[in-house]
Design a protein around this ligand. Structure first.
Ligand code: A3D
Length: 316
């Protein structure tokens, strides 16, 4: 392990995304992984399977599975994927109440057993669940972060590479706002080896890529028919873990608690964050056009109405 310290990563929720995240964390040798779930046998079985992949893949990090939160004690990072995935025809907001209760329960256990951890929320509706976690945990905001922007921007990067027939590695982009159809992909900040994509393809193709990015989650739900994407979401959460445990200070789009930046207050939204050993160590405020600013505020209104909904049913 890079720094010499052996890190402990708790993946809470051992479903598709949780297990994929665990797999990527182990493969990158980020730390020992504890898979936690309410279903008996599933975290234990997946953990044993992932451990048995170690000799083949060449990692020496251990993976254990449990139904007991005591086993997350001392975790440095908790990745929370516990909840229900979006099903075809279901909006993110349909999930609000059920997942709000699950996140509340998970956070009570994190607070009790891993009070010094950095918490990455993946459960949908993402920005509202990150807010619930922040309120329930009572941790400093920099230690409660939502994963969405890395996934959304990775989707956009793939679509740009597919369009140009170039390496995905050369494509960089930024997606702001909430995780949903109202997200704000930024073509103006999208480049291929430093070249703005607006110089590499016509406007209609840029617009089509922006639209496909916005609908990226739904595209996979429609294909899979049961469940939603998990490889790219798991990889995206693992990328956040990597930047934290290795203190890499990568600038990544993450859902962060805003207290005035971008004109937003007391809400979570996707913004460029510097991720390091303390969590969100800085937030970069980009210069936006009036349209982009309006789109960002529109996407936050939906998050705000989700928060208001949870206040009405007493979860917040
Ligand atoms: P799934 O494979 O169903 O896994 C969810 C797991 O959570 C299951 O194993 C459940 O048993 C477990 N669980 C339920 N309640 C609890 C609890 N109280 N404590 C511990 N574990 C519990 O779903 P998935 O892995 O495909 O998706 C997980 C979540 O991530 C869903 O809310 C998805 O919508 C969300 N997700 C978000 C993104 C983003 O980009 C934000 C992407 C993909 C999935």
């Amino acid at each position: 392990m890079a720094s010499g310290k052996r890190f402990k990563i708790a993946c809470i929720g051992a479903g598709n995304v949780g297990a994929a995240c665990a797999q990527y964390c182990l493969d990158m040798e980020l730390g020992d992984v504890v898979l936690t779930d309410v279903v008996e046998g599933v975290p234990q079985g997946k953990a044993l399977d992932l451990t048995e992949a170690g000799p083949v893949r060449g990692y020496s990090c251990m993976c254990t599975g449990t139904n007991d939160y005591k086993d997350i004690a001392g975790a440095d990072v908790c990745v929370v994927t516990a909840g229900l995935p979006r099903k075809p025809g279901m909006t993110r907001l349909d999930l609000l109440e059920k997942n709000g209760n699950i996140i509340s329960d998970v956070c009570a256990n994190i607070k009790k057993h891993a009070p010094d951890s950095i918490v990455i929320i993946v459960t949908n509706p993402l920005d509202v669940m990150a807010y619930v976690a922040y309120k329930k945990l009572g941790f400093p905001a920099k230690r409660v972060i939502g994963m969405a922007g890395i996934l959304d921007s990775s989707r956009m990067r793939s679509f740009v590479a597919m369009e140009l027939g170039c390496s995905m590695k050369n494509v960089d982009t930024m997606v702001l706002g909430s995780h949903g159809d109202d997200m704000v992909p930024l073509p103006e900040y999208t480049t291929v080896s430093g070249i703005p994509i607006t110089k590499l393809m016509p406007k209609e193709r840029v617009d089509a890529i922006v639209e496909r990015t916005r609908k990226g989650g739904g595209e996979i739900v429609a294909l899979l028919k049961t469940g939603s994407a998990f490889y790219a979401p798991g990889a995206s959460a693992a990328r956040m873990v990597e930047s934290i445990v290795r203190d890499e200070k990568q600038i990544l789009p993450c859902a962060a608690y805003l207290e005035g930046l971008y004109g937003l207050k007391d809400v979570y939204a996707g913004v460029p964050c510097k991720l390091g050993k303390d969590g969100v160590e800085d937030i970069i405020e980009l210069e936006l056009t009036a349209d982009q600013k309006a789109a960002l505020h529109k996407s936050s209104q939906e998050v705000q109405s989700g928060i208001d909904g949870l206040k009405q049913v007493g979860i917040l």
